[in-house]
Design a protein around this ligand. Structure first.
Ligand code: V55
Ligand code: FE
Length: 495
C-alpha cells in the first residue's frame, strides 16, 4: 500500500484517521443545559486508503458518520464508523484505492466501472425518523441512527428517479416537509436538476426535472414560505474534460451567476431566472424570506470566486487565500417578475457555515450564526479543512441590524486562540421562546507538532461571547467535519 500524499489535504489536522471507535461515559465539564439531550451527528470525510492521484483532496474522503450523544446521566458517548458504501467495500476488499479523481469515473479501475462511487461524506440528514448520509454526487446511504450501521443506498423506497440528491436539504418548520434537489440528475455534466418534496411521513411525493442554465456545482439551495430558490454559480463541469481524465469542476470567472425562483409547490415550468454578478460563488445559504411587500430575499455566504484552491488552480485562477473576497450577501428579487437582475446588498462579514434556528427556515429572522476568520488573531490559524485554514471566530449576527434601515450593532463574537478552529455548529432550540437556545460545535486545537485536542463545546446561542457553558473532551483523533445535525432524544426514542 502506498502512502498518503504529503500535501495539506492529508497532513496535520487533515491527516487520515480511519479508526472506528465507540467510547462511553465521557465526562462533561461545566453545566450541561437540560435541553441539550440528544445526539450530534457529524459527517467526516476520511480516506480509508491512499488515493490513486497525488492531487486528491478532502472532498473525496470516504464518509464516516459520527455521533456524540448527551446521556440522561450527564455523561456523553462518542462513536464513529465508516459508511459502508459500495465504493468503500470494493476498496476494502482490494486493500487499496480503486476509484480515481473526485467525481471522474473515467479515472477509476476498469473492474469497478459502474459501481456506485459516492462516498456519502457531506451531511447526516435526519427526516421522518431516518438518518441519511448524503453527498451531492450520488444517492444517500441510510444509517441506523443508534448503531451507525450502514443500511444501504437509499432511493425513497424505489421512488426517486434522480441519480443524485444534494447534501443540503431544507425542512419547512410548519409542514415538516423535506425539500431537496439533485443536480447532474441523469448523469455526468448534465444540466438536468430534479426538484423533490418529501412529506412529513417520509414519502417522496413530488419529483420534477428542469434544466439549469448550465451544469453547475449546485451545493446548496433554499426555500422560503412560498418559493424554492436555486442559485447557479459558474463552477462548471464538462463531459469531454472528464473523458480526458480532467477535473470535474472548473470555475469560470467571466460567466454569469443566476437565481432560479419558482413557487415551491408549483410546476418547474414556472421557474424564473434572475441574473447575478459574473464569477461569484457560494457554498452555503443562510436563509430566504419574503417581506411584507412580497419581495424575496436570499441571504448567502458569497465569495468573489470558488473558495477551494483545488478548484481554482486547474481553472487557471491563481489567488492567495486572502485575495478571495467574501461577504454575507443578500440578493433581492420580485418573485412575480418575469426574470431580471438580482439587487445585491452586503449584509454581513466574510465567512461560511451559516446557521439559523430551524423554526425560522424560510421566514423573516432576527438572528443567525456563522464562522469567520478573526482579523485580530495574535498568531497562526489552525491549518486544516478543504480551504487550508480553520475558521476561528464564531459570530452571532443581528439580522435586523443588517437591514440598511435599522440601527447597526456589532455582532457578538467568540474568538479562539491561535492554532484552534471551529467546525460548523448545530443549533439546539430552547423550550423558552425568549431564550435563543444552544450551539454545539467541535473545537480543534493544535497542542504539539502532530498533536491535537478535540472538544465539543456547548455555547449559549444568545451570548456566544461568554464562551462554552459545557465541554466534552473527545479522547480520539478527529478529522475536520463537513456538516452536522442535531437530533433531540425524543425523536431518537420515537424512531
Ligand atoms: C463541498 C463538500 C463536498 C463536496 C462538494 O463543502 C462541496 C463543500 C464533502 O464533499 O463533494
Ligand atoms: Fe455544504
Amino acid at each position: 500500500m502506498g502512502a498518503f500524499p504529503q500535501t495539506m489535504y492529508f497532513t496535520g489536522l487533515n491527516a487520515p484517521v480511519g479508526e472506528e471507535v465507540s467510547l462511553t461515559g465521557l465526562a462533561v465539564e461545566g453545566t450541561l443545559p437540560a435541553e441539550v439531550r440528544g445526539s450530534f451527528y457529524r459527517a467526516v470525510p476520511d480516506p480509508a486508503f491512499p488515493p490513486k492521484f497525488e492531487n486528491d483532496h478532502t472532498l473525496s474522503g470516504d464518509g464516516m458518520v459520527s455521533r456524540l450523544s448527551f446521556n440522561a446521566d450527564g455523561t456523553a458517548d462518542f462513536a464513529i464508523r465508516f459508511v459502508e458504501t459500495a465504493r468503500f467495500l470494493a476498496e476494502k476488499a482490494a486493500g487499496h484505492a480503486k476509484f480515481g479523481k473526485y467525481r471522474n469515473p473515467f479515472t477509476d479501475d476498469a473492474d469497478v466501472q459502474g459501481v456506485d462511487r459516492t462516498v456519502a461524506n457531506t451531511t447526516p440528514v435526519w427526516h421522518a425518523g431516518r438518518m441519511l448520509m448524503a453527498k451531492e454526487d450520488g444517492r444517500p446511504y441510510r444509517i441506523d441512527p443508534k448503531t451507525l450501521e450502514t443500511l444501504g443506498s437509499y432511493d425513497f423506497g424505489g421512488v426517486l428517479k434522480s441519480e443524485t440528491m444534494t447534501a443540503h436539504v431544507r425542512i419547512d418548520p410548519a409542514t415538516k416537509e423535506l425539500f431537496f434537489y439533485g443536480y447532474e440528475a441523469d448523469g455526468l455534466a448534465s444540466a438536468k436538476v430534479a426538484y423533490c418534496v418529501v412529506g412529513a411521513d417520509g414519502v417522496l411525493k413530488s419529483e420534477q426535472w428542469f434544466d439549469a442554465p448550465y451544469c453547475a456545482m449546485m451545493h446548496d439551495f433554499t426555500i422560503s414560505e412560498n418559493y424554492a430558490l436555486f442559485p447557479i454559480y459558474p463552477t462548471t463541469a464538462d463531459l469531454e474534460r472528464l473523458k480526458a481524465g480532467g477535473e470535474h469542476w472548473h470555475h469560470e470567472q467571466e460567466t454569469d451567476s443566476w437565481l432560479g425562483v419558482m413557487p415551491r409547490y408549483g410546476d418547474v415550468s414556472e421557474i424564473r431566472w434572475f441574473k447575478g454578478p459574473k464569477g461569484v460563488h457560494s457554498y452555503h445559504m443562510m436563509n430566504a424570506w419574503e417581506d411584507e411587500g412580497g419581495l424575496l430575499h436570499f441571504d448567502a455566504c458569497l465569495n468573489s470566486t470558488n473558495a477551494f484552491a483545488f478548484i481554482r488552480e486547474p481553472s487557471g485562477i491563481h489567488l492567495q487565500p486572502w485575495e478571495v473576497q467574501g461577504a454575507l450577501t443578500r440578493w433581492t428579487v420580485d418573485p412575480k417578475a418575469d426574470g431580471g437582475e438580482v439587487k445585491e446588498t452586503v449584509i454581513g462579514p466574510p465567512g461560511d457555515f451559516p446557521v439559523i434556528p430551524a423554526a425560522k427556515q424560510g421566514r423573516p429572522y432576527d438572528h443567525g450564526w456563522m464562522l469567520t476568520m478573526n482579523p485580530e488573531l495574535q498568531g497562526p490559524p489552525l491549518l486544516g479543512g478543504p480551504v487550508g485554514a480553520m475558521f476561528n471566530l464564531l459570530l452571532r449576527l443581528d439580522m435586523r441590524a443588517s437591514s440598511p434601515h435599522a440601527q447597526k450593532r456589532p455582532p457578538q463574537a467568540l474568538a479562539l486562540p491561535p492554532m484552534a478552529g471551529f467546525n460548523e455548529p448545530v443549533h439546539v432550540p430552547a423550550s423558552d421562546p425568549a431564550h435563543e437556545g444552544w450551539l454545539v460545535t467541535i473545537v480543534d486545537q493544535q497542542i504539539g507538532e502532530d498533536q491535537f485536542l478535540h472538544q465539543a463545546w456547548v455555547i449559549d446561542a444568545g451570548n456566544v461571547g461568554a464562551g462554552p457553558v459545557a465541554k466534552v473532551t473527545i479522547p480520539h483523533r478527529l478529522r475536520p467535519q463537513v456538516h452536522g445535525w442535531w437530533v433531540p432524544q425524543a425523536e431518537l426514542d420515537a424512531a
